[in-house]
Design a protein around this ligand. Structure first.
Ligand code: ATP
Ligand code: MG
Length: 385
C-alpha cells in the first residue's frame, strides 16, 4: 500500500482531437512545477497519479499543484494491490464520523464483486469500525471512493482538494498584460492565464514623476503572478516623454484618451516583436472616465490585435476578492502613484470620439513617440523565488 495523489482535470475532456496535446502540456507543466521534488507521475485512463514522493513533502506538493491551471482537484488516496482482502483491511483503518456513502467504480470487471456489492460490503466495514458514522445516500458529508483499475491497482480516497481549474498554461498561446500597479490588472492577468494564456507584461512608468518604488511595486506584482503563471517577461517602458508631449500639445480633457491610445500602440509593437497574440487589460466598464464604452472604443481603434478585458463585467468588490485570493491585493494597495495619475486633467472626457482623438494627435509625432518609448524599454524575466 502506498500514499499517492490522484489528479483530476476538468475541461480537457471537451477538447476532442487536441486532448492529447492538452494532456501532454499539463503533464509538462506539473513536472516543471514540481521540479524541486522527488516524485513519479503516471497517466492512465484520464487520471494522473503522483507517487513515490517523500511523505514530508506531501503538503508542499499539494500546495504547488493547487496552482496548476487545468487541474480541478487533488485526492489524497492510497494505492493498493487489488484484492478483496486488501481493500477491506484498508477500509477498516479509515476513521470517519458524520454521514457517508461509498462510491465504487470497477473498471476491471474481473474483480469478483459488482460495484453495488462492493459499496454495500465496504459500507458495512466502515460502519463497524466507526461508532459515530451513519449512512446517507443522498446528501452525505463524506463520500468514500473506491476505484478498481485494470493494472491490478485499487485507489481509495475520501477527500478532494479544490484546485485552480481552467486550462493548461500555454494551451491558448501567449499574450501581453498591461500591468499597472493597481488592483485590477494583476487579476486580469491571472484570469486570462487561467484560460491557458502564457503571459508577458508591459508596465509604463513616468520616472521621475513616478517613483522607483512604484516600479518596484509592479515588479513585485508580476512576481506574485509567477506563482500561477510560470516566469513572466516584463517590459518596462518610460512614458515620461509621451506624457510631456501630450501635456504640452493636446486638449487636457483628451490627455488620458491619447495616452491610452499610445499605450495600446506600444503594446501592439511589443506583441509583434515577441510573437504575442493579444493584449490584456484590467478595464471594467464604467469604472473611470477612460473605461466608458466610447472611451474603450476610441482606445481600441488604434490596434488590430484582440484586446481581452476579463474584468469588463466585474464589480470592484469581486475584483478585490480575487486579488486577495491570489495574494496581489496587499501589494496593489501600497500608495505609490501610477503614470496615469501624472498630469491628470480635472475633467477627463467621458464620451470621446475617434475624430477628436485623431485631431489632437495631429499635434504629436505619434510614430516617433512610439519608437522613442520602445527604445527606453528595459526587459526583465520574473521568476518564482
Ligand atoms: P488597475 O487597478 O489595474 O491599475 P485602474 O482601475 O487603475 O486599473 P486605469 O488606470 O484606467 O484603471 O487602467 C486601466 C488598465 O490599463 C489597467 O488595468 C491596466 O491594464 C492598464 N494600465 C493602466 N496604467 C498602466 C501602466 N502604467 N502600465 C501598464 N498598463 C497600465
Ligand atoms: Mg491603474
Amino acid at each position: 500500500m502506498k500514499k499517492v495523489l490522484l489528479l483530476k482535470f476538468g475541461e480537457l475532456f471537451l477538447k476532442g482531437k487536441n486532448k492529447k496535446d492538452f494532456e501532454n502540456l499539463l503533464l509538462n507543466n506539473i513536472k516543471a512545477k514540481l521540479s524541486s521534488y522527488e516524485f513519479k507521475i503516471s497517466y492512465t485512463l484520464g487520471r494522473m497519479v503522483v507517487s513515490d514522493y517523500d511523505i514530508d513533502d506531501e503538503w508542499a506538493i499539494v500546495e504547488e499543484l493547487k496552482t496548476v491551471f487545468g487541474l480541478i482537484g487533488i485526492s489524497k488516496a492510497v494505492e493498493i494491490d487489488t484484492s478483496e482482502e486488501n481493500i477491506f483491511s484498508y477500509a477498516s483503518t479509515i476513521s470517519l464520523s458524520g454521514t457517508f456513502r461509498v462510491n465504487a467504480k470497477r473498471a476491471d470487471k474481473k474483480f469478483p464483486l459488482s460495484s453495488m456489492e462492493l459499496e454495500r460490503k465496504l459500507g458495512e466495514v466502515l460502519l463497524n469500525h466507526n461508532e459515530n458514522l451513519k449512512v446517507d445516500l443522498h446528501n452525505p458529508e463524506h463520500i468514500v471512493y473506491v476505484e478498481i483499475r485494470f493494472n491490478n491497482k485499487t485507489y481509495i480516497y475520501h477527500e478532494t482538494i479544490k484546485c485552480a481549474g481552467g486550462l493548461p498554461l500555454g494551451s491558448a498561446g501567449k499574450a501581453l498584460l498591461l500591468l499597472s500597479g493597481g488592483i485590477d490588472s494583476p487579476v486580469a492577468g491571472f484570469l486570462m492565464a487561467k484560460r491557458g494564456l502564457k503571459l508577458e507584461a508591459v508596465h509604463f512608468h513616468s520616472y521621475p514623476y513616478t517613483s522607483e518604488q512604484a516600479k518596484e511595486k509592479v515588479i513585485e506584482l508580476g512576481r506574485k503572478l509567477t506563482k500561477y503563471c510560470d516566469e513572466i517577461k516584463l517590459h518596462i517602458v518610460s512614458f515620461t516623454k509621451v506624457q510631456e508631449q501630450i501635456h504640452m500639445n493636446c486638449d487636457s480633457e483628451y490627455m488620458i484618451t491619447i495616452m491610452r491610445r499610445i499605450m495600446m500602440r506600444v503594446a501592439e509593437r511589443i506583441c509583434k516583436e515577441n510573437d504575442l497574440g493579444a493584449i490584456i487589460t484590467g478595464e471594467s466598464l464604467g469604472q473611470v472616465a477612460s473605461q466608458t464604452m466610447p472611451s474603450i472604443n476610441v482606445t481600441n481603434s488604434v490596434v488590430s490585435l484582440p484586446v481581452f478585458r476579463p474584468l469588463i463585467a466585474f464589480d470592484k468588490e469581486d475584483i478585490i476578492e480575487v486579488a486577495k485570493e491570489i495574494d496581489t491585493y496587499d501589494t496593489s494597495i501600497l500608495p505609490y502613484e501610477d503614470c496615469c495619475t501624472v498630469f491628470l486633467p480635472k475633467y477627463p472626457v467621458i464620451k470621446p470620439t475617434i475624430r477628436r482623438a485623431e485631431y489632437n494627435e495631429k499635434f504629436l509625432n505619434i510614430d516617433a513617440l512610439v519608437d522613442e518609448a520602445i527604445n527606453t524599454k528595459e526587459v526583465m524575466v520574473l521568476k518564482r523565488d
